[in-house]
Design a protein around this ligand. Structure first.
Ligand code: IVH
Length: 667
């Protein structure tokens, strides 16, 4: 292809991608599937690979790129980034209105949610995004362009000619759903979670590696034009222009005619607060007329034409009576504050996380302190700070423990890591999590073996590892607090029953890092027994379609550990089914299913069980190797992807016929 022709194609693709990007990220109304979108991007990538000199910074392929930075450059803002004056009562808002009216007449206001994220300034030259910066000290901030580019709702090129050379302000935030999911995954990996969505947004933007930033679910609302060649009469018009230029603007922004209407809308926003997918900590009241804004001017710190009304915080103060230490599944030690129970935003709180020992030290929180507790983003409450003024002198610091509070093993604190760990793999705390995992519904599904029973069994020294469960006698169980004859028998029966569980459940229940349900099912159909799996090298495992490299490595490590081999031998001796092969081959053996949408007659776990009981596999994601895609009501994007891949799509009824009669298609 000639360069000329390639350039045309590239331009066309970029335009098309920009349109779909806008539809997806700004309008929330995609008109093509994710798959089709990816295809467009791939085409563009291929062309750019051939003609690298046609790559421009505004190309959608350039959103995530570049090497990790050593540090951020400091840049001067085009216009100083002032902050807003805060008010906490409606009367203060009325006073603000009086002050405004001393200088200007006929005032109307625009009310906006105050997004609780990280403020940024975005600079555009000739319609191109050229620089993005943090607020910093208001005069200078950090150049975080490379990170901001990864946020798909920030246009790389503006959509119309009204705004070309502008600086705009907005708030980068992490949506609550993404925040919770991110933290859940961090904890699962034994890594530190973010304290709240604001820290998550600000922390992500300070990341030096843009590839990491790209994996964080960040978004932005843009709310102010700080510099523009084009002049606007009202803030409302400016907001409209931002929208037309392709920026994401908050849909709850509203114009009102006077301060009482403003107050009513603040109340309204406060009510809506809990139902939004992002955190707001107040409302911002802005004078609508730009001319009036200019007349009012600013102090050195904030504009006189705008003010923030802060909602009642989901905060309260109470006494911190103790700091206990929790040991997690991977051995990470986490300090936890024990509090005198207190109501915070309608919920009684008696424990709060202190995240890690670095933070404990930095915040200098001591046992006996009065502390400020906050609930944010629907997560575990956290201790914000100590009220130092209330100290009596009898408060005590909690030092980093030198040994594990559970097993007494010397703790390790790898350099550069925040987390401190108990390295003892046999630590009862870890054992507890391991047994809980092994007994869980998706693994060996042992009824009556809840967390408190596991605690008691460990405390009594009755179990040291998974295999010990099978040596428990009724007499043992009867020594536990609260166990009578019947309950003890029930537990024994459930443990006994678990010996016959499928190989895939056993593989999953062993808790091998990175081996989830799907990987376990894949392995169980591939290998006839756990011994066969144990003999397979990581190199061979890597070849399995659908199994990642990390997973393969981790399986290798697991079976190279003597204790694990010893455990497996014991499990075999006990009579636990470690073979899958003798399982009768059914027409469903090895068939891969995926579910999307909700089913009428079955829950998801029930449907999955029907598949796996007959040797089938349930995949969590769409791929070309699927045999069936079962589509229920309101299917998600997986449905579209499956259509694109020409997979066999079946209804719930067809699915039921297949699992009941084994009426499968043949390859
Ligand atoms: S207007 C000169 N509007 O709150 C006008 N700010 O405490 C400056 N913020 O630094 C800001 N939502 O980071 C404005 N709708 C909104 C906002 C907003 C959040 C942040 C912004 C600002 C801080 C002021």
């Amino acid at each position: 292809m000639k360069k000329q022709e390639a350039k045309k194609k590239i331009d066309r693709l970029r335009k098309e991608i920009a349109i779909h990007n806008h539809k997806y990220y700004i309008e929330n109304n995609p008109v093509i599937s994710d798959y089709e979108f990816d295809q467009l991007l791939k085409k563009l990538e291929a062309l750019e690979e051939h003609f690298p000199d046609l790559i421009t910074p505004d190309s959608p392929t350039q959103r995530v790129g570049g090497k990790p930075l050593e540090g951020f450059e400091t840049v001067k803002h085009k216009v100083a980034m002032l902050s807003l004056d805060n008010t906490y009562t409606y009367d203060e808002l009325r006073e603000f209105d009086e002050r405004v009216k001393k200088h200007v007449i006929d005032v109307s206001y625009v009310i906006e949610p105050k997004i609780d994220g990280a403020g940024v300034a975005l600079l555009y030259k000739n319609g191109m995004f050229v620089r993005g910066a943090t607020r910093g000290d208001g005069i200078r901030g950090d150049d975080i362009t490379i990170n901001l580019k990864t946020i798909r709702s920030i246009p790389l090129k503006l959509r119309d000619k009204t705004l070309q050379n502008v600086e705009v302000r907005g708030e980068v935030y992490m949506p609550l759903k993404g925040f919770k999911q991110y933290n859940k995954e961090q904890k699962k990996k034994g890594e530190t979670a973010f304290a709240n969505p604001r820290n998550a947004a600000a922390g992500s933007l300070r990341q030096l590696n843009p590839h990491i930033v790209a994996t964080r679910p960040l978004d932005i609302f843009v709310y102010f034009i700080s510099f523009s060649e084009k002049q606007f009469e009202t803030h409302q018009q400016a907001v409209e222009a931002l929208k037309n230029a392709g920026f994401r603007v908050n849909p709850l922004i509203k114009k009102v005619n006077n301060i009482e209407e403003a107050i009513d809308y603040c109340k309204d926003l406060e009510q809506q607060r809990e139902s939004l997918d992002y955190e707001i900590d107040g409302a911002v009241i802005k004078v609508n007329s730009i001319k009036q804004q200019e007349e009012l001017g600013s102090t050195t710190k904030h504009p006189r034409w705008a003010i923030a009304y802060k909602f009642a915080a989901k905060q309260a103060t109470t006494k911190l009576t103790d700091i206990t230490i929790q040991v997690g599944r991977t051995g990470v030690l986490t300090p936890v504050a024990i509090l005198e129970p207190i109501e915070v935003g309608g919920v009684t709180v008696s424990r709060a996380t202190l995240h890690n020992f670095d933070e404990l030290k930095r915040k200098d929180i001591r046992v006996g302190d009065r502390v400020l507790v906050e609930r944010s983003g629907d997560v575990i409450p956290q201790v914000v700070k100590s009220i130092v003024e209330k100290r009596t002198g009898s408060e005590k610091r909690k030092n980093i423990p030198k040994t594990c509070p559970i097993c007494g093993t010397a703790i390790v604190h790898p350099e550069g890591e925040v987390a401190i760990r108990c390295p003892n793999k046999q630590c009862p705390a870890r054992l507890k999590w391991r047994i809980k995992y092994y007994a869980s519904r998706d693994a060996m599904d042992i009824d009556h073996l809840g967390e408190s029973t596991i605690d008691k069994l460990i405390e009594q020294g009755l179990i040291d590892n998974i295999a010990d469960l099978y040596a428990l006698t009724k007499e043992d169980i009867l020594t536990l607090d609260g166990f009578k004859e019947k309950a003890a028998q029930n537990l024994l029966d459930s443990i006994e029953k678990s010996k016959q569980q499928d190989l895939s459940r056993l593989i999953f229940g062993l808790g091998i890092r990175h081996v989830g349900k799907y990987a376990a099912q894949l392995l169980a159909t591939r290998y006839a027994s756990i011994d066969e799996l144990a003999k397979t090298s990581p190199e061979e495992l890597k070849e399995i379609d659908g199994l990642g490299e990390k997973t393969a490595e981790s399986i290798g490590t697991f079976f190279a550990t003597e204790e694990n081999i010893h455990l497996i031998t014991r499990l075999k001796d006990i009579g636990i089914k470690t073979h899958g092969a003798e399982k009768e081959r059914t027409p469903l053996t090895g068939k891969k299913f995926l579910f999307t949408g909700s089913l009428r007659s079955l829950s998801r776990p029930e449907a999955s069980d029907l598949v796996t009981q007959q040797g089938g596999i349930v995949s969590p994601s769409v791929n070309k190797n699927l045999d069936y895609v079962v589509v229920g009501e309101k299917p998600g994007s997986k449905y579209e992807k499956a259509q694109k891949l020409n997979l066999a799509i079946i209804s719930e009824d067809e699915f039921l016929t297949i699992v009941k009669k084994g009426d499968v298609k043949h390859d």
